[in-house]
Design a protein around this ligand. Sequence first.
Ligand code: UDX
Ligand code: UDX
Length: 474
Amino acid sequence: MVIKKICCIGAGYVGGPTCSMIAYKCPDIQVTVCDRNDERIDQWNSHKLPIYEPGLDDIVKECRGRNLFFTTDMDPAIKEADLIFISVNTPTKTFGVGKGRAADLKFVESCARKIASVANGPKIVVEKSTVPVRSAESIINILKANTRPGVEFQVLSNPEFLSEGTAINDLTNPDRVLIGGETTPEGARAIEELCWVYSHWINRDRIITTNTWSSELSKLTANAFLAQRISSINAISMVCEATGADITEVAKAIGTDSRIGPKFLQASVGFGGSCFQKDLLNLVYISECLNLSEVAAYWQQVIDMNEYQKSRFAGKVVERLFNTITDKRIAMFGFAFKKNTGDTRESPAIYVSKYLLEEGAKLHIYDPKVEEKQIFFDLVTMMPTEDPEGVKELVKVHSDAYSAAKDAHAIVICTEWDEFTTLDYQKIYDSMLKPAFLFDGRKICDHEALVKIGFHVETIGKRVSRSPLLRVMA
Ligand code: UDX
Ligand code: UDX
């Protein structure tokens, strides 16, 4: 089989950019991305794509209508395809066994059933969504139970390692591509077909092939290790604050050890995003199910440390504002879970907002890419006991940082957007109530310069000298 047509089910943060890149790099392959959500598909077909990802617009513009198509019409796309990616979401279960921890695989299973019912020829089905180890088994069982003359299936695992905000670069120059499959001649052939697709632009020595279960577990493990590094550095950030050490200096000092390396040592208000927490919870759950309670407890600590870091940061805001923020105006800079994305899933900003709103604050939020309706959706979802209208009265979303900060008691930086480092902080200071506080949850500002202006600055993993003005008042 030579792959001529690819179909992808799920036009989200993973399926959309990944398949756009395949279409861009493989003009000889026709790629059709399907989604059940009409609005999403309309956006993919419009000038304003449903996700913000630097560099993505240009790629989509170049390929759309040529060899890249977005549609809700799944059946013909599945029928025509030689290879089908399953890139639907796998949220944490909110009910039943494993509630709050296990991954809900209902969407993955429904894709398998859909493919089984529609396919009229041989297909390679590729699990791209992050799933618990041995998830492919259910896909294999469903598909194999539907094998008919001329209709055969091979199931591969090909997890995606892109990070949001840098997806295009990550897809163009991945550290590695991982493909897992069955250890049979048919499995090896299917792996070869998918290798051929990636080898349009990626060196073969960067393509790792394994068995299916190693591939699935490697993705969960990679995310768990990355999250663990952040929780480790955040744990040390607390020791820094208590001792006068500076976490940036410590991270640099340890990161130059080639065995440790410099990446993912940025102490912060805590990690967010759709993957880390979900995958850790998943790993904990799987370990428990395998009767590996020590393993489960070990990885649970990574989540617990992250929760503690978020609440510690929010708690510090209240404490420094003289232990009361009722009716105080607080400007929040950044709502996305990291810079260069409009994605807010599991964003620490949501957690911090909730904490501050429960203490009675009035929030004035500015994020360069997150839309107002998304911010309200997240806050109302996070505070189900509150009347949605009540939440709206306490929160105002601004279209620039200066208006958000005007008349505020404090600024809280939750996302590391570059533009927050180049703002005119003198102008901002002049427009705020005094004493003016700035809580830098991302360690991105020039703290000494802010202190000179008159701000009282708090950050992660470092004691900032107090503003002379505040000292006089104290
Ligand atoms: C990611 C990854 O694929 C997954 O590995 C990770 O664990 C979490 O989410 P992502 O692309 O970020 O997925 O998710 P999302 O942006 O929610 O996109 C999923 C898309 O699948 C949505 O557009 C949804 O409408 C679509 N979908 C879901 C279907 O088309 N059919 C379904 O049955 C379910
Ligand atoms: C992550 C993985 O990096 C990626 O390989 C996987 O495919 C999906 O999950 P993503 O969640 O998009 O990607 O972004 P990432 O850059 O990993 O950041 C996750 C969170 O950790 C963000 O909230 C980020 O701000 C935070 N972070 C990251 C830190 O707090 N410190 C760091 O040093 C790095």
